[in-house]
Every structure is written in C-alpha cells, then in structure tokens.
Design a protein around this ligand. Structure first.
Ligand code: SF4
Length: 225
C-alpha cells in the first residue's frame, strides 16, 4: 500500500499524488496512522498569501479546531471545487475530503478526467466554505456552518478564488450554493459527495449526474483555456 506524503491518501503507484496534485511522492508501507496522530499543515506548503489564515481567530471555531483546512491542489487551477466545511477526519489531517465523501469525490473526479480526450488534463483545487470543523456540544459534532462563520471565512474563500483564477467553479451541496452562488452566479452546482454517500455511494442514481457535472466542469475549463 502507498500513501501520499502530503495528504495521506492512498495511491496506486509512486509518483505525483493524484489527489492533492502537489507533485509529492507516494511512499510505501507507512502503516496505519497512530491513534490520534495527525500531520499538521506545514506553512511552507501553503501559498504565502494564505498563511495568515493558518492562525485565524475570526470566528469561534478556532477554539475547537485541530487544523485549519485551507484546501488541496495546485494554485492557480482550472477548476475550483467548493464544499461545505471540514469534518472530523479533515480536521485531524488538515486536508479537505479525506473520509467517505472524499472517496466519492475522488471516484467522480477520476471518472470525469478519464472521459476527457486530448493532451492536457485540467487541474483542480478543492476547498470549503469554512476552513475549520464546525462542531460544538449544543448543536452536535458535525453541524452546518452558521451565517456568522460563513461571513467570517468568506475573505479566505475569496482570496483562494483569486489565487486559483479558475475557469470554472463547482459548488458541492446546498451550503456552498447558498454561500457562493450570488458572488459566482455562473458556478456549476452539484450534489455534495456526503449526500451521495448517504444515498448509496457510487452505486446510487445520484452518482452518474455528479460525474457528468464534473465532466462539464472540466470540458468548460478546457474550452476557456
Ligand atoms: S472557520 Fe474560517 S474564519 Fe473561522 S476561525 Fe476558521 S479560518 Fe477563521
């Protein structure tokens, strides 16, 4: 088994990680992660303009987070994918979409990219409306972002969009649609991978339109380019 040195996802071979796309090497047999262990984000891997957000205290989530989950992928990127917020696994690892929903997203991305013809494969960057895991005792461990948190984190998302200079933006799920569709009215809106996971994953009837939407995003990015 191999794992990406940066985002810890599994990969089939050594070489460039197909998930985070940062050109990091997949290393073999690092074994299971130690209980409770996590690799904090290293500032050197984060674009300079985004680094101040690694210590952000603009909303109350800084009290409960382990990592600020800024995003993963190359910047700039052809396609910007925006989800809702980091979950528990993402909070531990500092990387978005690493749990069950992440597996669905990557399966969709792989299928969409495989369907493309031509030489250049579009690049993509994955982030969320919030960069910290929304959780509290009163409202539960995986609650939705509040309006205040969304507004507090908006400058970070806007900055990410400016750095990405994407040709196409994809909003994953209702929270991302509500938070971003006014500012980015041409964005493509797709199901959130967590919803697809609840509906049966890659075997569900929602998965095929999800892949089709990603294909449209990649095709649109290539036409723009
Ligand atoms: S969610 Fe965003 S605004 Fe709130 S502390 Fe984290 S980085 Fe800052």
């Amino acid at each position: 088994m191999t794992r990406c040195y940066q985002c810890h996802d599994h990969g089939p071979t050594k070489g460039t990680c197909p998930v985070c796309g940062r050109g990091v090497i997949l290393r073999a047999n690092i074994g299971p992660r130690r209980a409770g262990g996590h690799r904090p984000l290293v500032a050197g891997n984060v674009p300079k303009a985004l680094r101040p957000w690694l210590t952000c205290k603009r909303c109350g989530l800084h009290h409960v987070r382990r990592n600020v989950v800024l995003g993963v992928g190359p910047l700039p990127a052809d396609v910007l994918l925006v989800g809702e917020a980091p979950g528990k696994s993402e909070d531990l690892r500092g990387v978005p979409f690493v749990g069950k929903a992440g597996r669905i997203l990557r399966a969709g991305l792989r299928q969409a990219l495989a369907s493309l013809e031509g030489a250049r494969e579009p690049t993509y960057y994955i982030t969320n409306v919030l960069a910290c895991h929304p959780t509290d005792k009163k409202r539960g461990p995986n609650r939705a972002p509040t309006r205040e948190e969304t507004l507090a984190c908006w400058p970070r998302l806007e900055l990410t969009e400016r750095l990405a200079r994407p040709k196409v933006i994809v909003l994953l799920g209702e929270v991302a649609r509500q938070a971003c569709s006014r500012q980015w009215p041409t964005a493509i809106h797709l199901y959130h991978p967590a919803y697809i996971a609840r509906r049966g994953g890659t075997a569900s009837t929602e998965f095929r339109p999800f892949v089709r939407g990603l294909e449209e995003a990649f095709e649109g990015a290539r036409e723009e380019g």
